[in-house]
Design a protein around this ligand. Structure first.
Ligand code: GDP
Ligand code: GDP
Length: 433
């Protein structure tokens, strides 16, 4: 699994600035469930071929020993608990503050490597700016400038060197699907409805709070793995939703799966968090099935509303199948498998080069790419560059002149010809050759 790095520090030291530099994602996933005093932002990135998750924990104000600040500290530590490594950000222009010392005290006890990033160090002597911070008793302080990008890559190399290289791809011999969605949409109920009827072969106990449960089962003689992010409900817990819902767990689960089953609640609005989770799934390239749950309990108005909201906020999921189900009664649950199977098959398709090239040539015959100046781009042949998601690589000349609309036309042609429903498709090009 990809390592998760938590960014902590007092307000204004540059956590969000560093977060933005470390993540190239358009939308950070935000944990905005009720009860959190401060949003946490989750994103992902890659440096030197090594991928990672990063979480900006929000604030950390351990000086006030009552009320909201203590709650914030508690929640920050909970986020740290989910992480594999911590970057503690301090302000090189201010020097060590009493708060920094208190935070360091907490961090020395978490049993994870903690790096000290001495920020705002642009134009300053590295040895001088870091000298003060050795007294925090953590890893060697490193001078960085989050806003100028100085020292950040080096720091990240250092952090990631402690972790083994991760295998990015999930196993591809049978469908592995992750059931994901906001708290209370009905994920556990759905997992129970699915497993209630099937033969469970094996499942592993989660090691930590952020681990999903992987359960192997058979259905109609076919082998599946369900990745359960919801886990069992623990009775009598306060803040139960916070305890059992974890953005990191959700992101890891999506990446470990071939197919994501995104669960929405028909009784609730389609929230920003739903949309961000959907765009994260799209970005990873995983196949997708959407289940709108609690359908039996939704009024006619609620049904209309959620359909309108889906059309407006989740229009980019047009490649996926939508199911209206009731996990509670089991209605529509069996049908999900048709779409899971189809999405998996589409994601794993292997198309021989001659066939792809033939489809490409037919598409070009039907509609040529437009002239760019005096040059007509030439699309010669295509080969498949990957699966889950399928990647189609087009070879030819002057391909950089082909407009986006024409690539979309080709994409649609491939989707239609090869019936690629349920998976994103990536069409790329190679110059020359
Ligand atoms: P956060 O509260 O810890 O998330 O801090 P922010 O990322 O919001 O940054 C606080 C302030 O510090 C902002 O005005 C940033 O522009 C500034 N800042 C962040 N990084 C740097 C840096 O590397 N150098 C300088 N000079 N200012 C920085
Ligand atoms: P999770 O947090 O996503 O795992 O959600 P749960 O499976 O724990 O369900 C949250 C609440 O929604 C529980 O009270 C369930 O009984 C209820 N629920 C789940 N599925 C349905 C459904 O299909 N219809 C109705 N009416 N309620 C449901």
């Amino acid at each position: 699994m990809k390592p998760t790095i938590a960014l902590v520090g007092r307000p204004n030291v540059g956590k969000s600035t560093l977060f933005n530099r470390l993540t190239k994602t358009r939308d950070a996933l935000v944990a905005d469930q009720p009860g959190l005093t401060r949003d946490r932002h989750y994103g992902h990135g890659k440096v030197g071929g090594k991928p990672y998750f990063v979480v900006d924990t929000g604030g950390f104000e351990p000086v006030v020993d009552e009320g909201i600040m203590v709650e914030m500290a508690r929640q920050t530590l909970q986020a740290v608990d989910e992480a594999d490594a911590v970057i503690f950000i301090v302000d090189g222009r201010v020097g060590v503050t009493p708060q920094d010392k208190l935070i360091a005290q907490h961090l020395r006890q978490v049993g994870r490597p903690v790096w000290v990033a001495v920020n705002k160090a642009e134009g300053m002597n590295q040895a001088v700016v870091t000298a003060d911070f050795y007294e925090l008793g953590l890893e060697t302080p490193v001078a960085v400038s989050a806003s100028h990008g100085e020292g950040v890559r080096e720091l990240l190399h250092e952090v990631l060197s402690r972790f083994d290289d991760v295998e990015d791809e999930p196993a591809q011999d049978h469908p592995k699907f992750a059931v994901v969605g906001r708290p209370n949409v009905g994920k556990s109920t759905l997992v129970n409805a699915i497993l209630g009827e099937e033969r469970v072969i094996a499942f592993d106990q989660p090691g930590t709070t952020r681990d999903s449960i992987f359960i192997d089962f058979e259905r109609n003689q076919a082998h599946y793995t369900i990745i359960d992010t919801a886990g069992v409900r623990r009775r009598g817990k306060i803040n139960e939703t916070i305890e059992k819902f974890s953005v990191i767990k959700t992101m890891q689960a999506v990446e470990s799966a071939n197919v994501a089953v995104l669960v929405l609640d028909a009784m609730q609005e389609v929230s920003d968090q739903d949309a961000r989770l959907a765009s994260f799934i799209l970005e990873t390239g995983r196949a997708l099935v959407v289940a709108i749950n609690k359908w039996e309990a939704a009024s006619a108005e609620q049904r209309d509303r959620i359909k309108r909201e889906i059309a407006r906020k989740l229009a980019f999921l047009e490649f996926a199948k939508f199911h209206y189900i009731s996990a509670l009664s089991g209605h529509g649950v069996g049908d999900l498998f048709k779409s899971i199977d189809a999405a998996y098959a589409a994601a794993m398709i292997k198309i021989p080069t001659p066939k792809l090239t033939r489809v490409l040539q037919l598409a070009v015959e039907r509609q040529q790419p437009p002239l760019s100046g005096k040059v007509r781009p030439k699309l010669r042949y295509a080969h498949q560059g990957g699966t889950n998601p399928p990647v189609i690589v087009v070879h030819g000349n002057a391909l950089e002149q082909v407009p986006a609309a024409y690539w979309r036309y080709l994409e649609h042609t491939f989707i239609k010809t090869f019936k690629l429903q349920g998976t994103p498709l990536r069409v790329q090009y190679k110059l020359g050759a």
